[in-house]
Design a protein around this ligand. Structure first.
Ligand code: HEM
Length: 191
């Protein structure tokens, strides 16, 4: 049997740990602990978790450089796929609980709340990155794979714009995420 290295072993812990936010949210739903507007709170929480996973994925390369532990890169795909997972749950929560699958309201919302179009663009790119994240696709796309996956920074920009656009008064959170992403991008460029 193939021996597992420490990264493979850590993945066995990190994978279930990435599901903890979802577990806590399910518990909050079941115990009716999401406040006066649970549909909105759930959608917002899932959106924020998608952004947290996105930032964590972007932090892996700089962390690898900082520590010299090259193997850390092997966490990148898993964290990236969790970003997509939480983003898809975020959309599902919006469509199911905020819109009750009413496509007429969706059309109205797209017109009234353009930040939804920005979010949708980010999700489309995330799907393209997820689909091409396998080793087989990496080999098939060659140099273009690296170019394509740099789009993760476009996703980050769109996600922050989405957040900035939807808040009405307190801009501190989107600014915080925007700053984190800018620092991570600069750390990459300075390499
Ligand atoms: C089709 C795609 C998307 C749709 C329809 C969508 C929809 C929404 C909606 C309806 C809200 C709540 C707005 C409100 O309370 O008025 C929201 C909030 C949010 N979304 Fe999205 N979103 C999408 C994509 C994304 C993506 C890709 C990300 C991040 C990777 C994201 C991150 C967030 C964040 C961080 C919030 C605010 C959370 C908070 O207030 O704490 N969204 N989104």
């Amino acid at each position: 049997m193939k021996k597992m290295d420490w990264i493979a072993k850590s993945k066995l812990v990190v994978f279930p740990a990435c599901l903890i936010p979802l577990g806590l949210l399910v518990q909050a739903v079941l115990t009716n602990n999401l406040g006066p507007d649970p549909a909105n709170a759930l959608t917002r929480e899932l959106g924020e978790w998608a952004l947290i996973f996105l930032c964590s994925g972007l932090a892996i390369s700089p962390l690898r450089k900082l520590t010299g532990v090259n193997k850390l890169i092997r966490f990148r795909r898993m964290v990236g796929l969790f970003t997509l997972f939480y983003a898809l749950l975020h959309i599902t929560s919006y469509l199911a609980f905020m819109l009750a699958w009413d496509w007429g309201t969706l059309a109205e919302d797209l017109y009234k709340r353009p930040y939804i179009i920005v979010g949708a663009l980010a999700v489309l790119i995330l799907i393209a990155l997820g689909v091409t994240s396998t080793k087989k696709m990496m080999r098939r796309l060659g140099k273009n794979w690296v170019k394509l996956h740099k789009l993760v920074y476009v996703v980050a920009g769109l996600a922050v714009l989405h957040f900035l656009w939807l808040v009405k008064s307190d801009y501190s959170e989107p600014f915080m995420y925007g700053s984190i992403i800018t620092i991570l991008l600069l750390a990459r460029i300075k390499r």
